[in-house]
Ligand binder design. Structure first.
Ligand SMILES: C[S@@+](CC[C@H](N)C(=O)[O-])C[C@H]1O[C@@H](n2cnc3c(N)ncnc32)[C@H](O)[C@@H]1O
Length: 417
């Protein structure tokens, strides 16, 4: 117990990674010309921003928005239960927050990136959050936590599987599923929840999924694998994720039920905007269901004026992927078209609503703030992110939409109690 007990405070500052010096981040190689284009663009944009914020730019053309969606309403807090959770790869706390609202108690959270971990610490000062080398899940002796943890949850980095990356799976040394599985095998919790990109279920990774993930766990755990759309839980964004939920065969009598949709978003898909043909399924099979609540479109959710068109926001891209760190949430060319129809500008996200209002976009479209992006991902406004804008967008874009996490946690709770 020594190693862990010594570090039982989130105030411990060990060796940590600033920004994304963490070795899981690999930017795309750029040619000198490409790098120069990016450099010039960012200098011009920076200068325009400084001018605008000094009051020397064009006058604001939009009112400061007051969001209509309150993500707290999508995940009403349940009373605290006795189940203790270990959070791995905690990022800026999307999964953690969903489990928290479902009443689980976080025993410890592990995240390598300091800025992300500090987000959790500042929102939940009493939690034990480990970061930097202390938060690195590699080489931890998880046996020390045996009998102390009921549930392990985590979203191992998706870069080895993501369509936006090289899809090298286990060949990619950022593949940390083996570490997640090691933690489960050493701790033997009652249940686990893993989250990842839908691409993990592609044919390409079938052998990997069966041999490296399911097989080592299936002796002790009954495993459920399913896909969910964040908009099915009222999050105004097109975002599908895959979940693997395991329950110990010898301990669990009740069966886990895959979370059912609380919201209908079929009305927001009249102009389907699939960013990738392999991601059609969840959206194509949708039929409207009057028994469900109506998911808001992104304009309505952000409290923007009615322009006669609304839809889900395209998938938010993480500010920590792509050729370099970015303050853009634009994920594809088709997403660009969708943003244009929505009259929302997905680049140069501002640090707050006042700056967004003052820094008028060239085409007159609405400029987003990081707080707006948080709402679009289902984070309540009370959840304050730490770090520079690109780093916050990285935490948001990497996260599990908290209301989606909440519904998984809630069903898990029903199966465990
Ligand atoms: C997909 S994100 C997880 C997001 C999180 N589940 C949420 O909902 O907000 C993966 C996280 O794993 C972290 N990570 C990468 N390598 C790690 C390591 N060796 N130890 C701990 N965390 C690591 C990354 O910094 C990143 O924040």
């Amino acid at each position: 117990m020594k190693e862990i007990e010594q570090r039982k405070t989130n105030k411990h500052i060990g060796h940590y990674f600033e920004g994304t010096d963490a070795n899981w981040y690999i930017g795309r190689n750029l040619t000198d010309e490409e790098r120069e284009v990016f450099r010039q663009r960012s200098i011009a944009s920076h200068q325009a921003k400084i001018k605008a914020l000094n009051g020397d730019g064009p006058p604001p053309i939009h009112k400061i928005n007051v969001p209509k969606l309150n993500p707290e309403d999508l995940m009403p807090k349940l009373k605290q239960n006795h189940l203790k959770v270990l959070s791995l790869f905690s990022g800026g706390g999307g999964l953690d927050l969903g489990f928290d609202h479902a009443g689980f108690q976080h025993y410890e959270s592990y995240e390598i990136m300091r800025d992300a971990a500090v987000t959790i610490v500042q929102n939940r000062p009493k939690w034990n959050v480990f970061y930097g080398e202390d938060g690195n899940v590699r080489n931890k002796n998880w046996k020390l936590l045996k009998d102390k943890i009921d549930v392990i949850h985590g979203g191992p980095p998706c870069q080895p599987f993501s369509l936006a990356g090289y899809q090298r799976g286990s060949e990619d040394d950022r593949d940390l599923f083996p570490e997640f599985i090691r933690a489960i095998l050493e701790i033997k919790p009652k249940a686990f929840v893993a989250e990842n990109v839908k691409a993990l279920t592609n044919k390409k990774f079938e052998t990997y999924l069966n041999q490296r993930i399911i097989s080592p766990l299936s002796q002790d755990y009954k495993i459920f694998m399913f896909e969910l759309s964040a908009a099915s839980f009222g999050v105004p964004q097109k975002r599908d994720r895959v979940f693997l939920v395991g329950l110990r065969k010898d301990k669990i009598s009740k069966k886990f039920v895959i979370p059912k949709s609380t919201h209908d978003f079929s009305h927001l898909l009249s102009n389907k905007n699939h960013q990738n043909p392999q991601q059609l399924s969840l959206f194509d099979e949708l039929i409207s269901d009057d028994s469900l609540l109506k998911c808001m479109g992104v304009r309505e959710a952000l409290g923007l004026p009615n322009i006669g068109y609304d839809a889900l926001s395209p998938t938010i891209r993480s500010g920590l992927t792509g050729p370099r760190h970015t303050t853009s949430i634009l994920s594809s060319v088709s997403a660009q078209k969708q943003w244009e129809k929505l009259e929302i500008w997905p680049n140069g996200v501002a640090k707050d609503r006042l700056s967004a209002n003052q820094f008028v976009t060239k085409n007159g479209h609405f400029r987003l703030s990081v707080q707006d992006c948080g709402i679009m991902q289902g984070f309540p406004k009370s959840w304050v992110f730490n770090g520079a804008v690109y780093m916050i967008l990285g935490q948001i874009g990497n996260s599990v939409a908290p209301p989606m996490a909440y519904h998984v946690a809630k069903e898990l709770l029903n199966a465990l109690i």
